[in-house]
Design a protein around this ligand. Structure first.
Ligand code: PBE
Length: 300
C-alpha cells in the first residue's frame, strides 16, 4: 500500500517535471515562438503597418531598405494595427508596429520606440494646420480660428484615451472643450460668430486626427459654422485641400512624415503652422522584447 502510494507520487512528480521542462521550451521572454526560430522567422518578417498612404508606412519601408532588413511592411489600417498589437501583448508574443505619438497605446501598454541611428524615421515632428488658398478671404473668421488652433500632446492624448475607453467620439471631443474653456477661448477670442456658413474639414481615420478634427470641428460649430467632417485616405486629404474640395485639415505631419505630400502641394495650399508640437513616428515594440532596442537589431 505504502509502496504503491510512493510510486504514484513519484510518477506524478516525474510528470510535473516533464511539463515544466516542456513549457521551458517556449522562450520565456516571448522573443521567439520556439527555441529554433529567429525573431524574424517568428514574425514572418512582417512589420505591422497601417494604411498605405500614411507617412509612417512609407518611412518604415525606407528604413527596411536603408538598414537592409529582410522584413516587409504589411499595410492595413490604424485600427487593425492596434488590434494586432493588443492580441500580441495578450499572449506576450513579439510584434513590431509602425507607431506614432501622441497615441493612447503608450498609456495602455508598455512600449518602446526602436532606436533609429540613421534617423530614417525622422526626428521630432509637428502637426500643422493646412488650408485651401483663398480661405482667408472667403471665410476670415474660420481662418482665424484655424490659425489659432493649438494644443499639447497631453491634450490630444486625453481625447484619444477617452475615445479608446469607449466614449463616443463627439462626446469625448465636447468633454475636452468643456474642461478646457480657457484654451478654446484663446482660439476664438475677439472673433465673431457666423450664421451657418458651410465649412468642410478633411481627415484620415488615424486616432490622432480623429481627436483633433472632432475638437476643432465642434469649436467651429459653436462659432456658427455648418461643419462637415470628411474622412478620406491621406493622399486624397491633401488633394482635397489643394483643389479646394475641402477647406482645411489639421493633420499634416511635418517636416518629415508628410514631406512628400507637402512638396507636391506646396504652391496649392496655405500652411498655418503647427497646431501641436512634439509628435513622433517610429517602429514600436512591447518592452518585453528585451533584446530588440534598435532597428539595427532587426538586421540578420
Ligand atoms: N500617422 C498619424 C500619420 C500622420 C498622423 C503618423 C499615422 C502618418 O503616418 O501619415
Amino acid at each position: 500500500m505504502f509502496k504503491n502510494k510512493k510510486t504514484i507520487i513519484i510518477a506524478m512528480l516525474v510528470l510535473l517535471l516533464a511539463m515544466v521542462g516542456c513549457s521551458g521550451n517556449t522562450d520565456k521572454d516571448g522573443q521567439e515562438g520556439s527555441i529554433d526560430q529567429t525573431l524574424g522567422e517568428s514574425l514572418d518578417y512582417k512589420i505591422i503597418g497601417i494604411d498605405a498612404g500614411a507617412g509612417v508606412v512609407q518611412a518604415a519601408e525606407r528604413a527596411v531598405e536603408e538598414y537592409g532588413l529582410k522584413y516587409t511592411v504589411q499595410t492595413s489600417s490604424g485600427a487593425a494595427m492596434t488590434q494586432a498589437l493588443s492580441d500580441a501583448i495578450r499572449d506576450e508574443n513579439p510584434i513590431i508596429v509602425t507607431g506614432w505619438s501622441p497615441h493612447w497605446k503608450f498609456a495602455e501598454y508598455d512600449l518602446k520606440y526602436l532606436e533609429d541611428p540613421k534617423l530614417i524615421m525622422g526626428e521630432a515632428e509637428n502637426i500643422h494646420t493646412i488650408v485651401r488658398l483663398g480661405l482667408k478671404n472667403d471665410m476670415p473668421n474660420a481662418y482665424e480660428i484655424l490659425n489659432n488652433f493649438y494644443w499639447t500632446p497631453e491634450d490630444m492624448e486625453s481625447v484619444m484615451l477617452e475615445i479608446y475607453h469607449g466614449t463616443d467620439i463627439e462626446v469625448a471631443a465636447q468633454n475636452w472643450i468643456d474642461n478646457n474653456e480657457d484654451i478654446v477661448k484663446e482660439w476664438t477670442d475677439g472673433i465673431s460668430a457666423v450664421n451657418g456658413d458651410s465649412i468642410k474639414l478633411a481627415y484620415v481615420a488615424w486616432d490622432t486626427e480623429i481627436a483633433s478634427t472632432n475638437v476643432i470641428g465642434l469649436v467651429l460649430e459653436d462659432m456658427g459654422y455648418d461643419v462637415t467632417l470628411t474622412q478620406v485616405e491621406a493622399g486624397p486629404m491633401w488633394a482635397a485641400v489643394a483643389s479646394g474640395d475641402a477647406d482645411a485639415m489639421v493633420a499634416a505631419w511635418l517636416p518629415g512624415t508628410h514631406a512628400d505630400y507637402m512638396e507636391s502641394y506646396a504652391d496649392e495650399v496655405e500652411d498655418l503652422g503647427p497646431n501641436l508640437e512634439g509628435a513622433k513616428i517610429g517602429l514600436v515594440v512591447p518592452t518585453y522584447m528585451e533584446d530588440v532596442n534598435s532597428i539595427e537589431d532587426l538586421m540578420e
